[in-house]
Design a protein around this ligand. Structure first.
Ligand SMILES: Nc1nc2c(ncn2[C@@H]2O[C@H](COP(=O)(O)OP(=O)(O)OP(=O)(O)O)[C@@H](O)[C@H]2O)c(=O)[nH]1
Ligand SMILES: [Mg+2]
Length: 192
């Protein structure tokens, strides 16, 4: 898939304000600070399109970006962020789960996992949940630039050992753009 244009469409804070299910959606999920918003900016080539931060918990809304006038990229709040209050955490957790469960327009879920910590319980739970729902998902191993070759190989093996149902695994660096062509090629299968 070639991205010709990418624009912010809207943000919503609750399931009641969702846009119509007009376009297939590629949905970005993962722990807080894993690099979801950075991946979105890297893929679209538009710096600052999605807001990023070194402080976890930056994205607190469901953010829709319209791609090529016929697809939505959906940037969701991260899970596993300890510093937000209990009530807020529960609110976002419920929202995330309900969204993935109910939204028919989801064509593909991207599960972003930090390459340095490939087996965290919350990520494994998310994958198990997607498998239970029979949602197609691919894994993005983020921040690839932070690992040595040896560490990358070990992380990849570990990930492959517990994600047999993933449609693909891509090692990605939003800083260098590594993995971009590979990931965009995978999107072809889910967006037509
Ligand atoms: N080295 C490196 N750092 C990255 C990469 N991608 C993201 N980061 C950094 O990781 C931090 C978090 O990135 P975000 O894209 O805001 O993460 P997020 O998953 O959207 O976070 P929340 O919105 O809080 O859930 C920022 O400081 C980014 O600069 C990458 O590929 N390599
Ligand atoms: Mg974000």
């Amino acid at each position: 898939m070639k991205i010709i244009n990418a624009v912010f469409y809207k943000s919503v804070s609750a399931l009641t304000g969702l846009p119509e299910e007009t376009f297939p959606e590629i949905v970005f999920v993962g722990r807080s600070n894993v690099g979801k918003s950075s991946l979105l900016n890297s893929l679209t080539g538009v710096k600052g399109l999605a807001k990023t931060s070194s402080t976890p918990g930056k994205t607190r809304l469901i953010n829709y970006f319209q791609i090529n006038d016929n697809i939505y990229f959906v940037d969701l709040p991260g899970y596993g962020y300890a510093a937000v209050g209990h009530a807020e955490k529960a609110h976002w957790g419920n929202l995330l789960v309900s969204y993935i469960e109910k939204r028919r327009a989801i064509a593909l879920v991207l599960v972003l996992v930090d390459s340095r910590h490939p087996a965290m319980a919350s990520d494994r739970e998310m994958m198990a949940f997607l498998e239970y729902l029979d949602r197609p998902y691919g894994i993005i191993m983020t921040k690839d630039d932070k690992l040595t070759q040896k560490e990358k190989a070990a992380a990849r093996r570990e990930m492959e050992s517990f994600s047999a149902k993933a449609k693909f695994i891509v090692n990605y660096s939003s800083f260098s753009g590594k993995g971009k062509a590979e990931l965009l090629a995978h999107f072809e299968h889910y967006t037509c």
